[in-house]
Design a binder for this molecule. Structure first.
Ligand code: FAD
Length: 490
């Protein structure tokens, strides 16, 4: 299932000529499988990052994420310099040019071996096949390692050797595999001796593509701050995670997703930090620590799925029959959802949090995704794209998995007849409306009793806040009917 032709080329530890380490979504020096291998194999290592501004633009990568990557590259460059490894950033117009850019760089620097960590999305895997072919023409070896997951995709299988489609049995088997082969964290590589590249490689200009600067205080990129966020979470919050993780007004989750999405932190590092604090947590499924691990396993699940079913990263629903769903096309409804003006306070507060911070709480991602796909019956891909255009942690596998779950089109999907009631969700997870009031200033003075249905308040007319753009009760019935009819067409 994992790209076999790339795997076969994995390296031996024999020292060889100059190596190139190609950074992609693994922007770290600690626990980086490809970097560890490259430095074991050569004393002469060059590092590269290919930036594709047009691609990011066309595929709606969030400006905050681009800025986050740019800032992280500055840190990575310094960290690599301490190891005597220069980092070059090459800018190309198009994603399709990445493979050629790496081949050109390798040839011009007399590289004998290119190292990288696998990316599991379909286009990225095709690009790596192409890269391997181009390098092969010049007798340059190419090694792509499994690094992004704690357990490599393809290793967690049913008794019949099939990939899992449902999370709970996947998790059970994942834990079995984990117990059998506890993966270790790679230490930071040793400083390179006499790196010839240091003499010739000039510092390249960093990415020319600039965007509004993300909130750097909230999302620092230096090593110390990231480590501290992880350890502080494990020491102070993980024990209560199961009780607090669904309450958006509480800062009860780790907020590590942006770091995991660009690989500034690895899932293995998360797991190691958690186990250091809670050595027995694998055996205590009711604990907060286990509950957090469960989320890390969700991340793994969605990655394993896109490897097993490449169609998921090619705009396809997992459940074929859901292609028959007749979605509504309404720019005004979509716009109201995007701008946080649906008249449903919990939905609007979440959508405003997303636009302002580039991040949204998981419970709210589920509520807003359900609202778009079920209440408004707008295609999940419109929501998926909007999230990618805003999220600092935008990540194809988790985003696609989350959207297909909410829209009932995915593997482990919510059944189509289960539709979140946004008012009830608000009452349950933000009972006194503190989260809502933080993000919707118009509703600051609305009494608690009306905070989830402000249009019922007798002073509602004075608020600059819309009435609900749709009636949930009838929208729910419509969604169920539309899905039922789509399924009947099989
Ligand atoms: P924590 O609760 O501290 O969890 C720890 C880590 O586990 C997270 O950082 C994340 O890497 C992983 N994780 C947690 N929940 C999930 C989940 N449900 N699925 C997969 N991984 C999970 N996550 C992204 O990283 N990028 C996305 O683009 C993304 N889009 C989503 C879209 C929808 C519609 C939904 C429902 C979920 C999406 N998620 C996405 C998953 C989840 O919402 C975020 O990972 C989580 O909110 C990040 O906050 P945290 O770091 O505080 O998580």
């Amino acid at each position: 299932m994992v790209n076999q032709s790339l795997e076969k080329k994995e390296t031996s530890d024999t020292p060889e000529g100059a190596s190139l380490i190609w950074f992609r979504s693994d922007l770290r020096v600690v626990d980086n499988t490809a970097l560890a291998a490259a430095t074991r194999c050569s004393n002469n290592v060059l590092a590269a990052f290919i930036s594709t501004p047009m691609q990011w633009h066309e595929h709606n990568v969030a400006p905050m994420k681009v800025d986050f990557i740019r800032r992280r590259l500055d840190v990575l460059r310094e960290q690599l310099a301490e190891l005597s490894i220069p980092l070059v950033v090459v800018e190309v117009d198009d994603f399709d040019r990445e493979a050629q850019a790496i081949a050109d760089l390798a040839v011009s620097h007399n590289i004998s071996h290119v190292f990288c960590n696998q990316q599991y999305e379909w286009n990225e895997r095709q690009r790596d096949e192409l890269t391997a072919g181009l390098l092969d023409i010049h007798n340059i070896r190419f090694s792509a390692f499994d690094d992004d997951c704690i357990i490599t995709p393809g290793k967690v299988l049913t008794r019949n050797g099939q990939p899992f489609k449902v999370f709970t049995p996947f998790r059970r088997e994942w834990l079995e595999v984990y117990r059998f082969e506890v993966p270790s964290v790679h230490p930071k590589p040793e400083k390179q001796q006499a790196n010839g590249f240091m003499l010739d490689v000039q510092p390249e200009p960093m990415m020319s593509f600039t965007y509004p600067v993300a909130d750097s205080v909230h999302w620092p990129v230096d090593e110390e701050a990231i480590k501290q966020r992880l350890h502080m979470f494990c020491e102070e919050k993980a024990a209560l995670y199961h009780q607090q993780r669904d309450i958006p007004a509480i800062d009860g989750t780790s907020c590590l997703s942006p770091y995991l999405s660009i690989g500034a932190l690895s899932a293995r590092q998360c797991m190691a930090a958690l186990l250091a604090e809670f050595p027995q947590c694998l055996d205590d499924s009711k604990s907060g620590a286990f509950c957090w691990l469960n989320e890390i396993i969700w991340r793994e699940f969605y990655r394993h799925l896109i490897v097993a079913w490449p169609k998921l990263s090619r705009d396809q629903p997992f459940l074929g029959w859901t292609r028959n769903v007749v979605w509504q096309k309404s720019d005004s409804m979509l716009n109201a959802w995007q701008q946080g003006r649906t008249g449903y306070p919990i939905v609007d507060a979440a959508m405003r949090q997303l636009r302002q911070t580039g991040w949204m709480h998981n419970r709210l991602r589920m509520i807003t995704a359900s609202f778009l796909t079920k209440d408004l019956l707008i295609h999940w891909q419109a929501g998926e794209q909007w999230f990618m255009s805003q999220l600092i942690d935008g990540d194809l596998a988790s985003n696609n998995g989350g959207w297909q779950w909410a829209a009932s089109t995915g593997t482990d999907a919510q059944p189509y007849f289960r539709v979140f009631n946004p008012t009830v969700q608000g009452e349950r997870f933000d009972p006194d409306g503190s989260f809502i009031r933080t993000w919707i200033h118009e509703l600051r003075d609305v009494p608690d009793k009306y905070i989830h249905q402000p249009f019922l308040w007798d002073k509602a007319e004075s608020l600059n806040y819309p009435k609900p753009i749709i009636d949930h009760k009838s929208a729910r019935l419509r969604a169920i009917e539309v899905f039922k009819s789509a399924k009947a067409l099989i």
